[in-house]
Design a protein around this ligand. Structure first.
Ligand code: OGA
Ligand code: MN
Length: 296
């Protein structure tokens, strides 16, 4: 089967590609692995339809692209986990496969995915790729949107480019959930999610392109008063998520999406809480901090 990556029509060329001709449940050749990396370097988001993956296959496929990150970003206690530690549970289900109640703490925490973010930017070593497999999707709603942070950086005026270039932001899940009024954290969670430092502008190690590294987890800029930092980050986010930089993915069953968190932000869209949405995410670690990806 020969593979092909083509730009998805009707959106800005260079953001979101559709990969076809690969069965990701099978071991990939080196050429196929190289093609996926090259596709992500070019597009930032890859869409692959009709991938019938079980959890083991998803993990095995992800490992062929790099080192897995541990799924420690949620508030699920080990005894409540539905999925193995290699997988992030992006669903509205409990471990028995029942829908979470509307006011369940885990569901409310998960609503943070509906804010623009880059995965694991609240970890000192953030995420490189995320791989999200659609196992069950609602009839309506629940799209995922992606913003191209390279194009957003390029479109800044020169003065703003200079201003943001060397800024360091502070990221924490406490900040992102705080935006939604969720502050129901245990002392352990507060300690685990103490703010971490990330560059606001980072350079992609392969393409050399610069991108804005924004995320709703960012709640401060080092050396800046908090309200001024947050209002600036809000303005930058508004700029970066203008429709011209955004690809809207309407899910089909068995879609697998891969995105590069270094150059994109994403967010989930609302859906009916009485419908099942079962998505499972493997995540690759960036292996180094964004602090080591300075513009020059
Ligand atoms: C994620 C995420 C968005 C969605 O898996 O990291 O933010 O639409 N998902 O479920
Ligand atoms: Mn996410």
């Amino acid at each position: 089967m020969s593979h092909l990556i083509k730009a998805i029509e009707s959106i800005k060329p260079g953001f979101a590609g559709e990969l076809s001709g690969m069965d990701l449940s099978q071991r990939l050749t080196d050429a196929q692995v190289d093609a996926i990396h090259a596709g992500l370097d070019r597009f930032g988001v890859l869409v692959v339809h009709n991938q019938h993956l079980n959890d083991e296959q998803q993990i095995a496929f992800s490992r062929q692209l790099g080192q897995l990150e541990q799924a420690t970003g949620d508030i699920m206690s080990d005894k409540d986990r539905r999925l193995s530690m290699g997988l992030n549970d992006i669903s509205n289900l409990d471990k028995n496969g029942e829908l979470l109640a509307r006011d369940d703490r885990r569901r409310l925490f998960g609503l943070g995915n509906q804010l623009w973010h880059s995965d694991s930017s609240f970890k000192e070593i953030p995420a490189k790729y995320s791989l999200l497999s659609a196992r069950h999707i609602p009839v309506t709603g629940g799209n995922t949107e992606f913003a191209d942070m390279r194009a957003a950086y390029d479109a800044l005026d020169e003065e703003t480019k200079k201003e943001v270039r060397d800024l360091i932001c502070l990221h924490s899940q406490i900040f992102s959930r705080g935006i939604l009024g969720f502050d129901d954290f245990t002392d352990d969670e507060r300690a685990k999610w103490a703010p971490v430092r990330q560059r606001l502008v980072r350079r992609h190690p392969m393409t050399g392109r610069l991108s804005l590294y924004l995320s709703s987890h960012a709640g401060g800029i080092e050396g800046w008063p908090v309200p001024e930092a947050r209002s600036f980050l809000r303005d930058l986010t508004e700029h970066a998520t203008r429709r011209e930089f955004v690809y809207v993915h309407v899910w089909r069953p068995c879609d697998l999406l891969i995105w590069d968190n270094r150059v994109t932000m994403h967010r989930a869209r609302r859906y009916d809480a009485r419908e099942v949405r079962d998505m499972r995410r493997t995540t690759l670690t960036n292996e180094v901090s964004s602090l080591q990806q300075a513009p020059v």
